[in-house]
Design a binder for this molecule. Structure first.
Ligand code: ZN
Length: 145
C-alpha cells in the first residue's frame, strides 16, 4: 500500500528528524508558530550568495510538522533562493489542490495524504511559511550561543 509507505516516511522523520539542531554560520533565521496545534519551530539557513548551502531547524511540534520540517531541510540544500521559493509554492499546491502530486517534489509527495485532513494542513505547511520569511528576511547573523 502506497499510503503505508507514506505513513512510514512521515513517522520515521518525526521520530528521527534530520537537521534538527542549531546551525553554526547560519545567516538567515525565522520562527514559526501554529497556534491551532501548538507547533513551534525555528529555522536556520546558511546562504552562500544565492544558494542555500545548509538548513536546520529546532522546535517542538506534532509528527506532521516535525516530519515536514525534516524533509524540507533535506530537500533545500544546494537549491537557489528561487528554486526554494518555487518549492514552497509546489508544496502548498500539493496540500491544497486536488491535482496529481507534482513529479519533482521527490520524497515530499508523502504529504499529499494530509490534504484529506484540513486541520493538519497548517501543521505540514508551518515549516514552509517559516522558510518563506527566512528567504525574504534580511541578512542577519545568527549566534547559536
Ligand atoms: Zn501540528
Amino acid at each position: 500500500m502506497i499510503d503505508d509507505l507514506y505513513q512510514e516516511t512521515i513517522l520515521d522523520h518525526s521520530k528521527r528528524p534530520r537537521n534538527h539542531h542549531t546551525l553554526a554560520g547560519a545567516n538567515r533565521k525565522a520562527e514559526g508558530y501554529n497556534p491551532l496545534c501548538g507547533d513551534k519551530l525555528k529555522l536556520y539557513l546558511k546562504m552562500e550568495g544565492d544558494i542555500v548551502s545548509d538548513a536546520a531547524f529546532e522546535g517542538s511540534g506534532c509528527a506532521i510538522s516535525t516530519a515536514s520540517a525534516s524533509l524540507m531541510t533535506e530537500s533545500l540544500k544546494g537549491k537557489t533562493r528561487e528554486e526554494a521559493m518555487k518549492l514552497v509554492d509546489k508544496f502548498h499546491d500539493l496540500l491544497t489542490t486536488d491535482t496529481p502530486a507534482s513529479r519533482d517534489l521527490g520524497k515530499l509527495v508523502v504529504f499529499c495524504g494530509v490534504r484529506d485532513y484540513p486541520a493538519r494542513v497548517k501543521c505540514a505547511t508551518l515549516a514552509w511559511h517559516t522558510l518563506k520569511s527566512a528567504l525574504h528576511g534580511s541578512e542577519e547573523t545568527v549566534t547559536t550561543e
